[in-house]
Design a protein around this ligand. Structure first.
Ligand code: G4P
Length: 537
């Protein structure tokens, strides 16, 4: 598919608005340093004044009960879902990819709304499971990734081993752009391999905008005075890298095949500014996006956007929900008339919201790459497309096969209707996935993070007046099932009724007790396709 030229309108000013936007997410395993890095980036952008602001939010999120309170308490979790800040003339949208207990499908889906990602790796631990999962999602769209190896102030893996670990476990080529000098107690700083500058590390000292000292000749004796015996180690490392490391290749990075790598220490603000500047230089501006009918380019005059996240209870007094829309093309302005294509209705966006690090505000104008919040009274679903004229449906916003399952049992059978209504709405919002078993009547909920179950239960009670309890079920994974051969599919359905369920949109899914069992069934039924993700229709 190519962008159609008839719809293109590249006015200079608009192009600037697009070109100066960067929309990205940070992927990492819990505790690698995502919150700390986010905070440093926001400090650079002047979006927060004080270290500790983002951390405080994270701390209060730790306990589940607090998390629920915060959900109702507005402001905090909402405004932090998208953090917009400016730096050096760029408009940066940092989309939060929640980790820890609040890990959910949102975490995955946010990555469908970004143009690139920053991956944080703990130098002590190397590649960890959640990084691997998130990386799989990035790979679905070949999202370009910059890597930040964190915590060099601690004794960790040798830098070359970390690169090998990433290459092997994440199947992506590494191109180091900076190189650390020692680690832990011997951590002296880093050498920027493309600028040929040395930055010295002063523990505990937070420094902004330090460009380092130029050393285009590493034989310069001043290096020995600064680094002592570690000067020779650096010389050897750099000589080795010149021969053995992959040179940075912009097209490879943009295709998601290569990741440029920076080393640093987020908590000491070391290496963060360097990475941010490289990010602004190489990370892609808003990219074209596939719709069912064609590719949509950000420069097009016609407005379009899609919803990737719905946040409930923004305002408890109004039971209000906010749909987060990523703008894909054209200019957005307040009071705009938009077509909601799935429902074939027009809406006027009277009070669109833009999200800043610690605040949210009404937005007058927004551009491709920006995220706009629109008020939603239960009619907007994840994956919905809005545009001003042409009917479009953006594709590639998936449901992910859940890893956790619960059966829902009602405390009062009289509430069956409310339960069904609530569960269908919550499933449409993406809060949880809903399955009706082919045999049996109780609903089964699926989630990629267990906190989704607590949230669903609390919302059923508060918003729908339904008291329910969960029962554990013996499923560990699910796959959507497809088969071109109708007869085989019928035979499969007959033979596997006890494991089959229908999701909220009527798609058939197979629920398995283990990966091993799933593989076994797959081998028995080679004509059946088992899908790990399913596009939201
Ligand atoms: P996360 O969002 O990825 O889960 O990680 P977060 O930033 O919260 O960092 C996890 C822990 O790692 C925090 O310690 C944080 O201070 C620490 N950390 C982050 N960057 C660095 C670094 O460059 N070097 C070292 N040594 N530690 C780092 P904590 O004890 O959990 O919290 P706190 O008490 O320090 O706030």
């Amino acid at each position: 598919m190519t962008a159609t030229s008839n719809a293109l309108s590249t006015h200079g000013a608009e192009l600037d608005e697009i070109q100066r936007r960067r929309t990205f997410g940070i992927i990492s395993h819990p505790d690698a340093g995502k919150t700390t890095l986010t905070e440093k980036l926001l400090l650079f952008g002047g979006a927060i004044q004080m270290a500790g602001a983002v951390k405080a939010r994270k701390a209060s999120r730790h306990a589940t009960s607090d998390w629920m309170a915060i959900e109702r308490d507005r402001g905090i979790s909402v405004t932090s879902s998208v953090m917009k800040f400016e730096y050096n003339g760029y408009e940066i949208n940092l989309l939060d990819t929640p980790g820890h207990q609040d890990f959910s499908e949102d975490t995955y889906r946010v990555l469908t709304a970004v143009d690139s990602a920053v991956m944080v790796i703990d130098s002590v631990k190397g590649v960890e499971p959640q990084t691997r999962k998130l990386m799989e999602v990035c790979r679905m769209r070949n999202t370009p990734i910059i890597t930040f190896i964190n915590k060099l102030d601690r004794e960790g893996m040798a830098p070359l081993d970390i690169l090998a670990d990433i290459e092997e476990n994440l199947q992506i080529e590494c191109a180091p752009l900076t190189w650390p000098i020692g680690m832990g107690k011997r951590f002296k700083g880093s050498y920027n391999l493309y600028r040929k500058t040395l930055k010295l590390f002063t523990p505990g000292q937070e420094r902004l905008g330090d460009d380092g000292e130029l050393f285009d000749d590493l034989d310069n004796p001043r290096l020995d005075r600064l680094l002592g015996s570690q000067a020779d180690e650096l010389r050897e490392d750099v000589a080795l890298l010149e021969g053995a490391a992959n040179p940075f290749d912009l097209p490879s990075y943009l295709k998601g095949n290569q990741t440029p790598v920076f080393f640093g220490s987020a908590v000491n603000n070391f290496g963060v500014g360097e990475m941010l500047e490289a990010f602004l230089e190489i990370a892609p501006a808003p990219q074209p996006r596939p719709a069912a009918s064609r590719m949509v380019a950000p420069e097009e005059a016609g407005f379009s956007g899609f919803v990737f996240k719905i946040q409930a209870n923004m305002d408890p007094a109004h039971r209000d929900r906010i749909a987060f829309m990523r703008i894909c093309s054209g200019r957005f302005y307040r009071g705009m008339r938009l077509r909601h294509h799935r429902l074939g209705k027009e809406i006027v966006v009277a009070n669109p919201i833009i999200f800043m690090a610690q605040d949210r505000a009404l937005v007058d104008e927004a551009w491709p790459g920006d995220i706009v919040g629109i008020h939603n009274h239960g009619t907007i679903k994840i994956g919905d497309t809005f545009s001003d004229k042409e009917p479009l449906q953006f594709v590639g916003i998936p449901n992910f096969a859940p890893d956790y399952f619960r059966r829902v049992l009602l405390k009062s059978p009289l509430k069956a209707k409310q339960l069904q209504k609530g569960l269908i709405q919550l499933a449409e919002e993406g809060a949880v996935q809903l399955f009706r078993p082919v045999l049996g009547s109780a609903f089964i909920l699926g989630a990629v993070g267990v906190l989704q179950f607590d949230v669903t239960m609390a919302r059923l009670r508060d918003e729908y007046g339904v008291e329910a309890v969960y029962e554990t079920v013996d499923y560990a994974t699910a796959r959507w099932v497809q088969c071109d051969d109708k007869q085989r599919l019928t035979a499969f359905e007959k033979a596997n009724q006890a494991n089959l369920a229908v999701d909220a949109e009527g798609n058939l899914a197979y629920l398995a007790a283990s990966e091993w069992w799933l593989n076994y069934v797959g081998e028995q039924w080679p004509e059946i396709i088992f899908l790990k993700t399913r596009e939201i229709q």
